[in-house]
Structure formats: C-alpha cells, structure tokens
Design a protein around this ligand. Structure first.
Ligand code: SF4
Length: 259
C-alpha cells in the first residue's frame, strides 16, 4: 500500500490504522478503492452543473463533519453529486442540506442555519454528519460491493466518536448502515429492524459500544417539497436524539452517585 487506498484491503488497513478522527478525515479523501465511483465523482467535477461552472468541485471522497466527541451521529447514504461532491462537506451546498442544517440550528446543534461551503464558519455541537459511502454514486445508488468496501471508514468513525444516538436519514441509509454494522461485528437482529420515521432500535457493538438508531425520513426534496418530511417532524427527531442523550447523561450521573 502506497498511502492511497486503492483496494478494499487497503481501506480496511487505512481505517484501522487511523489513530484519531483527524487522521481518519485526512485519509478518506485520498481513497480510490471503488473504480466506478472514482470515475463518476471526477466526471461530475469536470462536467459540472451549469450554475456551478465557475467552481472547482471537490470531486473526492467526503469525510465526516462536526463535533469530534458528538453524542449524535447523523447518517445519510452518500454525498450528492452537486452538493457534498462539489463542496467537500456532507449535506453542504444543496437543498437537502439547507433543510437539515436549518433544523439543527433550530434545535441547538448548529451555529448557523445554512451550510454553503467548507469555510462558511458553520460549527456543530454534539452532532457529527457522515455516511456509509463517501463518494457520490451515479443515480445516488452505490452497489453493495461499494458499500462494503467503504464500511471500515464508518466503523472506525464509530469507534473514535462513540456516539450514543445515530439519526439515520432514509430507508437506503438505514439498510446500508445496518449492513455495515453487521459486517463490522455489531449485533444486528435477524430479521433486520425495519426503517420507519421515528423508529428506535438499540444495538450493541464491539468493545462494549452501544447506540440507539433513530429513523428519520430523508431530507431529500422529494420528501420535503411534498410535505412527507416537515420541519416540525425533523425538529422532533433531533429533539428526541437530544432527549436520549440527556437520559444517558442522567443515568451516568445516577450510576456515579451510587458508587
Ligand atoms: S466509496 Fe469509500 S471505499 Fe469507495 S472510493 Fe469512495 S471513499 Fe473509497
């Protein structure tokens, strides 16, 4: 391995070797392990959308973004071709991100309501945004093999961040996350828990890790323009995530008092 991951084994080794989140976030954008996705993300960056023709696209894998010790991880499926694949930050530069970060701002997780560029000053508190697949896929559809290849990055991110709640956006992200967790030694029930808006599932992972998955309809325009997902519904999920965190903190404090 030369330092640039070009095979699934390289990805597994690079992810496992990352000693901290900064190292993981540095290695992810160098990855070239999925030929189809490498070709697509770079083609989109050359062809561009007319509205962004004067911009230089990121056109690389997108690392997670946010608080390194976040209690809440927000997980989509993969970067959008002209959103995160253009700006280099998850859910940044498109309508989905506008909807998501406005809600995070209303619920106290984000310093501002908009996310337009990597240098726009946005900071997140107690939340980090990431995805099971780090490269923009054609038709927003990674193959099972591509998701498997990318899995070690998310697995290592979970180990390093140790979130207590994972808000999962959409059924595809839900399936992808459960598959990744199962492959990375988490205990995932069979049959697999079904996705639903507001569904909560507690899972145990390696090394005593545990999380509550919290399902939420995806913030795509298909859902937000039609009213399937309203701002109130998204706020409620984020507030539920915060309540789960507070509950954890309360029980930690109670356990500490009993010692
Ligand atoms: S999807 Fe993941 S594993 Fe595949 S090239 Fe992108 S970053 Fe690498």
């Amino acid at each position: 391995m030369t330092g640039v991951p070009t095979t699934p084994d390289d990805v597994a080794r690079a992810a496992a070797a990352a000693p901290d989140l900064a190292a993981l976030d540095a290695v992810v954008p160098t990855c070239r392990a999925c030929p189809r996705l490498v070709a697509w993300r770079e083609l989109v960056g050359v062809e561009k959308r007319a509205a962004f023709r004067d911009e230089e696209y990121w056109a690389r894998p997108v690392p997670g973004f946010g608080d390194p010790s976040a209690g809440v991880l927000v997980v989509g499926l993969a970067p959008a071709a002209h959103g995160a694949n253009r700006t280099g930050r998850m859910f940044t530069g498109d309508r989905s991100g506008d909807f998501l970060f406005a809600a995070m701002h209303r619920t106290g997780f984000a310093s501002q309501a908009t996310s337009t560029a990597r240098d726009d000053g946005l900071t997140l508190t107690d939340v980090r945004v990431t995805a099971p697949v780090r490269c923009a896929p054609p038709a927003n559809a990674p193959t099972p093999q591509e998701r498997r290849t990318c899995g070690p990055y998310l697995s290592r991110e979970l180990e390093l961040v140790r979130p207590r709640v994972v808000v999962v956006l959409g059924a595809f992200g839900w399936q992808a996350l459960l598959s990744t967790l199962a492959e990375q030694s988490w205990v995932v029930p069979r049959p697999r828990p079904r996705f639903g808006h507001g569904v909560e599932v507690a899972l145990a992972g390696p090394g005593g890790a545990s999380v509550v998955l919290l399902g939420c309809f995806h913030v795509s325009q298909q859902n937000t323009f039609t009213g399937r997902l309203t701002p109130d519904m998204l706020d409620a999920v984020l507030l539920r995530a915060r309540a789960l965190l507070s509950g954890d903190q309360a029980s930690d404090e109670s356990r500490a008092r009993q010692r």
